[in-house]
Design a binder for this molecule. Structure first.
Ligand SMILES: Nc1ncnc2c1ncn2[C@@H]1O[C@H](COP(=O)(O)OP(=O)(O)OP(=O)(O)O)[C@@H](O)[C@H]1O
Length: 121
């Protein structure tokens, strides 16, 4: 096994994460949302399994935004001019992000609302 190559792949992945933070406003929004969710989760007091779900949702959102940004770059590279397939490729990737964001919101409501309901009433 080539150890140097193995560690280099981590550095490339790290560069990708730094690049998406710098270039994508949506990613920065999700980063801020994640900080707010972690603070709210700590204040609310979640069980170990609820924390696992929250962490997986947050990381899943980051993952899908990274893939979306990657698809956007490939589409821009291969189709700088208008093309119907380029439009579909970008809209599909954006649709995937939206589906996952809706899923996160629903699961978040299922976890938090009963707890906050109990605190308020
Ligand atoms: N080359 C293209 N051909 C056809 N339609 C395109 C093309 N590039 C972008 N579009 C359309 O414009 C929309 C917005 O594209 P854009 O590249 O600005 O993506 P975005 O989701 O706004 O990305 P960003 O996160 O970088 O702002 C796409 O979802 C797609 O419908």
């Amino acid at each position: 096994m080539d150890i140097r190559k193995f560690f280099k792949s981590f550095i490339f992945a790290f560069h990708g994460i730094i690049y998406v933070i710098k270039s994508e406003q949506n990613f920065r929004f999700h980063l801020l949302s994640a900080v707010i969710v972690v603070i709210a989760s700590t204040a609310t007091g979640l069980s170990k399994y609820e924390w696992i779900i929250i962490i997986m949702l947050i990381c899943g959102m980051f993952m899908i935004e990274l893939v979306n940004a990657s698809i956007e770059r490939v589409v821009d590279l291969t189709s700088p001019d208008f093309h119907q397939l380029a439009l579909h490729a970008k809209d599909l990737a954006a649709g995937a992000c939206l589906v996952y964001a809706i899923c996160c919101a629903i699961v978040g409501l299922i976890i938090f609302v009963p707890k906050w309901w109990g605190i308020i009433f």
